[in-house]
Design a protein around this ligand. Structure first.
Ligand SMILES: C[S@@+](CC[C@H](N)C(=O)[O-])C[C@H]1O[C@@H](n2cnc3c(N)ncnc32)[C@H](O)[C@@H]1O
Length: 411
């Protein structure tokens, strides 16, 4: 390969919802990763194979985890096309396997949109380079599969000085969102994204044995993530179980020759280690060690919550009640409230939602003395209706909605 293609080794990027970069950075540090650099929407890092796999199977905050394969320095679309053709694609995946490319433009001094037509166009260019490369070598080309490819490529373009650009090529280690733990059978209403819920519940040390209440728990994401964290059940537990039953490749890194070979020495051992943690944790939850209370006035999402628990074989620890949050008064002196109340985004709902926030603030003041409450609320006027002094505010995004995790110490 020419000097303009720099092969990487032990270099990774983990993406996460906007606002969770610091949470992810902290978590990746615990897995023994190095040289971390948090950017908008993720963290770049280096890691040994073991630390990378620990992060893949153990991260509660990451959305996706990518192996950074190479950087291509170029000045034009044509140059990129020619350079990308020189990558030894046949060492990465087989011509009979399928692939998919997603391209993102990063920040840069010169407008990327002026130099390059669009991210979609660059994805197509890369696809053509890969197909031409294989055709020249073998006479045939691999297929693109948008839904279930064997290799997912992330192409990230950023500008350097002197009108030169860097195209970073990454391979998705899982090929699915790590936030989709697999415990939901289907989703109703507006379930919280699992990694955002995990970040919120991580604000209380995982070895705290205080009772946890979600008074508007819906399908139970906050309580579920808290349970997994407290019992040390890895977020990948359902994927590990699927692997154990099916014996088939679940993660992309098990499918393509390059990644398979790269992680070969550690992969089986890591899967065994995390599967063992999952089994021990599920047993711990069954022993009623943790006190997790979920309320909702609507029975529909509660049924989903209960189906998730039985789908995962989780018994014990949860006390789920179909009741109005305003009719519940805790009969213990200390605890933690995690709550994601309705946002009232639909037309005509705002006034009702403002009243709900106000009434809930009053309820906390009156019946939750000695508790700490964490409320995930949209940024704007709504949270002011709670009428309590925050001890902490953390900006996060729930999808495209700018929110705050608000902490209240209730005396
Ligand atoms: C945004 S959803 C919570 C979603 C939940 N975090 C999840 O992951 O599925 C808000 C929930 O609050 C419930 N709710 C609204 N008012 C309530 C009240 N007064 N008492 C109990 N639940 C209430 C709704 O039924 C809805 O399920």
């Amino acid at each position: 390969m020419t000097n303009n293609i720099e092969l990487k080794k032990n270099s990774y990027f983990a993406s996460c919802p906007k606002g969770l970069e610091e949470f992810l950075d902290y978590e990746l540090a615990e897995f023994g990763t190095k040289d971390r650099n948090a950017t908008k929407g993720g963290v770049n890092f280096t890691a040994s194979e073991g630390a990378a796999l620990d992060s893949l199977l153990g991260s509660r905050i990451a959305s996706r985890m990518f192996y950074h394969y190479c950087d291509i320095t170029m000045g034009s679309e044509q140059e990129f096309f020619e350079m990308a053709k020189q990558v030894k694609w046949e060492e990465i995946f087989r011509v009979t396997q399928s692939f998919k490319i997603h391209c993102l433009f990063g920040q840069g001094p010169t407008g990327m949109g002026v130099k390059f037509k669009s991210p979609l166009y660059l994805s197509q260019l890369l696809k053509d380079s890969i197909c031409d490369h294989f055709r020249e070598q073998t006479g045939i080309r691999p297929d693109v599969d948008k839904y279930n490819p064997d290799l997912e490529i992330l192409l990230h373009i950023s500008a350097t000085d002197h009108d030169r650009y860097v195209a970073k090529i990454y391979f998705d280690l899982a090929g699915f969102s790590l936030a989709h733990r697999g415990y939901r059978l289907k989703s109703v209403g507006a379930p919280l994204r699992e990694n955002l819920a995990a970040a919120m519940v991580s604000l209380v040390p995982k070895d705290s044995h205080l009772p946890i209440i979600d008074p508007m728990c819906g399908s139970g994401t906050l309580l579920m993530e808290r349970a997994l964290m407290s019992a040390n059940i890895p977020p990948s537990f359902m994927h590990l179980r699927k692997k154990e039953v099916s014996k088939r490749a679940v993660w992309n890194l098990e499918k393509t020759p390059f990644l398979k070979q790269f992680f070969a020495k550690k992969w089986e051992k890591k899967m065994d280690y995390f599967s063992e943690l999952a089994k021990e944790g599920i047993q711990k939850l069954g022993s009623d060690k943790f006190h997790l209370i979920g309320l909702d006035k609507n029975n529909f999402p509660l049924k989903e919550f209960k189906s998730s628990l039985s789908h995962c074989n989780i018994k014990g620890s949860f006390d789920i009640r179909n009741m109005d949050a305003f009719n519940f008064t805790p009969d213990f002196g200390e605890g933690v409230v995690f709550i994601n109340p309705p946002y009232g985004h639909r037309l005509g709902e705002l006034q009702e939602t403002e009243e709900l926030y106000h009434q809930f603030g009053e309820k906390l003041k009156k019946d939750y003395k000695g508790f700490t409450a964490y409320i995930l609320a949209p940024h704007g006027g709504l949270h002011k209706k709670i009428g309590l002094r925050t001890s902490r505010k953390i900006p996060v995004f729930n999808g495209n909605i700018e929110c705050r995790i608000l902490e209240y110490k209730l005396y």
